[in-house]
Design a protein around this ligand. Structure first.
Ligand code: UT7
Length: 359
């Protein structure tokens, strides 16, 4: 049987930082509240577009795998913040990285998107339909942050992460997975006004993240813990076999509660939410990349991935790492340069959004 191993990994974080102390000057909030309720200390704000971050993370992942863009058969980009609705941002990434005439498709399952994309890429490699698949999670959520809503504005950030999937004869890659959704709860975490509904009962351009935080929180904890336990059982493993939990980074308290529900100590949980906030579909590939870089993943490590987000959607996977934890090569790919600070970018974005609402 053929498997689909991860052979390359990479990330792209835009350089502009927006710290909690910056938010103290923008709205009625404090570093103490944000840190205590979410674990977030700062986040990154992109000057470039989603496809730019995705392309840089993608090139870094290809270099780590030791393959060239020409080798890629398919680009799957998990994002809920594409540059445009049409064309999909994956096609822009295909062009930006120079991936010949590779297939390109966007997947939108909000914060669960990367695991959805990984499951799809894995299935195609295992079926022999594609040999090398570049799976990316990239988001520019700062686009939809509304500075008038302190309960959501402080949570989100921008970034991208990517992995390369290649066929493997030895068991590696996703060993079990679960994808789920509950569309009845669409309205408790949503960005309205950007799709076809906008012309029916919304204001075109009136788009911002809206969330019933407490409801989402409760459901995230139970669903993530239970889905993770089910994929572990489906893979024929138990808790003692888990080397690392790499959960979606939405809130440190959700991560802690999920780990507790599973019975995992913090030494087996990867967390980087303090530095980046919630980057939705990008959070797991960024975390995976940092886990490898920091020596938290060894050859053959068994890793539980789990995510929860808008839809509502959820996804979990048992990922067995392959033989190699050192990148084959490095890429010099960089984002287009920008000198704007996080504060300048977020203020400019808010002004543009409010002008579009007023207009
Ligand atoms: O990635 C997709 C999934 N997303 C998530 O999983 C997010 C899930 N939800 C959460 O992480 C949390 O619910 C939040 C971080 C969004 C909110 O934390 P909470 O502990 O659930 O707070 P809350 O919404 O119950 O609000 C408590 C208080 C309220 O004040 P009152 O009504 O008690 O006076 C809020 O107005 O905290 C207030 N508050 C803030 N205060 C200072 C809300 N946001 C802020 C803020 N600064 N930024």
């Amino acid at each position: 049987m053929s498997y689909a191993a991860i052979t390359g990994w990479g990330k792209c974080l835009p350089p502009a930082v927006l710290a909690n102390s910056d938010f103290e000057t923008l709205m009625d909030t404090t570093d103490e509240w944000i840190t205590g309720r979410t674990g977030i200390k700062e986040r990154r704000i992109a000057a470039a577009e989603t496809s730019d971050m995705a392309a840089v993370a993608g090139r870094r992942a290809l270099a780590a795998a030791g393959i060239t863009p020409d080798d890629v058969d398919l680009v799957i980009l998990a994002t809920c913040t594409p540059d445009r609705l049409v064309p999909g941002a994956a096609a822009m990434v295909q062009e930006k990285i120079g991936a010949g005439s590779a297939g390109a498709v966007d997947v939108n399952a909000a914060c669960s998107g990367f695991i959805y994309a990984l499951v799809m890429g894995t299935a195609l490699v295992r079926a022999g339909s594609a040999d090398r698949v570049l799976v990316i999670g990239a988001e520019k959520l700062s686009t939809w942050i509304d500075l008038r809503d302190r309960s959501t504005a402080v949570l989100f950030g921008d970034g991208a992460g990517a992995v390369v999937l290649e066929p493997s004869d030895v068991p590696a890659g996703l060993m079990a997975s679960e994808l789920g959704s509950d569309g009845a709860l669409a309205d408790i975490l949503t960005v309205k006004g950007s799709g076809t509904e906008a012309l029916v009962d919304g204001t075109p351009g009136d788009t911002r993240i809206e969330m019933e935080g407490r409801e989402v929180f409760k459901r995230a904890v139970t669903t993530m813990g239970d889905a993770a336990a089910r994929v572990l059982a489906a893979a024929g493993l138990d808790l003692a076999d888990v080397d690392l939990l790499v959960p979606h980074q939405a809130n440190a308290r959700i991560i802690d509660a999920t780990a507790r529900r599973l019975g995992l100590g913090e030494e087996r949980v990867f967390t980087n939410i303090g530095s980046y906030g919630n980057t939705s579909a990008a959070s797991i590939p960024i975390a995976l990349t940092e886990a490898v870089e920091q020596g938290r993943i060894a050859p053959g490590s068994d890793i539980v991935l789990v995510a929860f987000g808008g839809g509502l959607t959820w996804a979990a996977g048992l990922l067995r790492w392959g033989e190699r934890i050192e990148p084959v090569g490095e890429s010099s790919a960089m984002l287009p340069s920008s000198t704007e600070s996080g504060m300048e970018l977020i203020r400019r974005r808010q002004r543009a959004r409010e002008a579009s609402w007023d207009g």
